[in-house]
Design a protein around this ligand. Structure first.
Ligand code: NDP
Ligand code: OAA
Length: 260
């Protein structure tokens, strides 16, 4: 399988360095002026667009975040190239989501959303087929995990003496306000109760060292709680290592004869 990446940051570098057997990295898309950095991180010839890639990939893996999916997702899908993306929160923009759907339909392909830094999406999606599903997602990270996010506008991250909830609202609002930190909120919502019915709380907590994601779900199926303490990726304290691992798992699954 030939894959190309969007982005050359922490997630992309991990994926490129740990590709499963039978998977070849044939290209990477970066922003103009970032060609040298992309080449250094991934050791592939960088491209600036899908059309510019040296070979047509079987799969385009978006590791860049919302801006990368916005810039290149539609062109890839419309050209019939399947896209696997970590930028789940980008779908909180209903207009862009509709454009992605239309492009995938026109190209006869699909957009696959990575499970990313969270798990239990299978249980949520089964629960959503029953009645009365109510879901709350809580994302708790150490202060450095919120650097570069809207949390900095409402908190002095360096001076926290204890946990502070800096966002409380719907998953759609969280995903749009925190594009680098609340993709998990969007994934939980899209798998389960939906972007407007899923509650999200985001907490900066100087007492933790991991990125802690929690789901509390209740409905006609019963109830469950799921919590994960994700270690950050080297290179970006905002992003959990499981995100890159989830992309590698998706690449493996895509080639598996028996899937789970
Ligand atoms: N679904 C999930 O559970 C998770 C999703 N994420 C998402 O993944 C994103 C990437 O994470 P991470 O690798 O840690 O972040 P990094 O900041 O380490 O890397 C981001 C990379 O994307 C590149 N990029 C940005 N915009 C574009 C664009 N328009 N075209 C091409 N490349 C672009 C950046 O290039 P440059 O250096 O030029 O800026 C950089 O190489 C996060 O921003 C977040 O949205 C993260 C964690 C969990
Ligand atoms: O990696 C994480 O812990 C979660 C994250 O940044 C996101 O949801 O965008």
């Amino acid at each position: 399988m030939k894959i190309a990446l969007i982005g050359h940051g922490a997630i992309a570098a991990y994926v490129a360095a740990n590709l499963p057997a039978n998977t070849q990295l044939t290209g990477a898309i970066c922003r103009p002026g970032r060609e040298a950095a992309a080449h250094e991180a991934l050791s592939v010839v960088p491209a600036l667009s899908v059309a510019d890639l040296p070979e047509r990939p079987d799969l385009l893996v978006d590791c860049a975040g919302h801006a990368g999916l916005r810039a290149h997702g539609l062109a890839a899908l419309a050209a019939g190239i399947e896209v696997l993306s970590v930028s789940v929160g980008a779908l909180a923009d209903a207009g862009f989501c509709a454009e992605l759907e239309a492009a995938a339909r026109a190209g006869g392909t699909r957009l696959c959303l990575a499970s990313g830094a969270i798990g239990a999406l299978d249980a949520l999606s089964a629960a959503a087929t029953g009645q009365g599903l109510a879901v709350t997602y809580t994302g708790r990270k150490p202060p450095q995990g919120w650097r570069g996010s809207r949390a900095e506008e409402v908190l002095d991250l360096e001076a926290l003496a204890g946990p502070v909830t800096h966002f409380s609202g719907t998953a759609r609002e969280a995903a749009q306000a925190y594009p680098k930190n609340a993709n998990v909120a969007a994934a939980v919502a899209l798998a389960g109760a939906g972007l407007d019915a899923t509650r999200a709380e985001l907490i900066a907590d100087p007492g933790v060292t991991a990125n802690i994601h929690e789901i509390a779900a209740e409905g006609s199926f019963g109830r469950f709680r799921f919590q994960i303490e994700g270690l950050p990726l080297p290179g970006n304290p905002r992003s959990s290592a499981l995100t890159a691992l989830s992309l590698l798992a998706a690449l493996r699954q895509r080639q598996a004869t028996i899937r789970i």
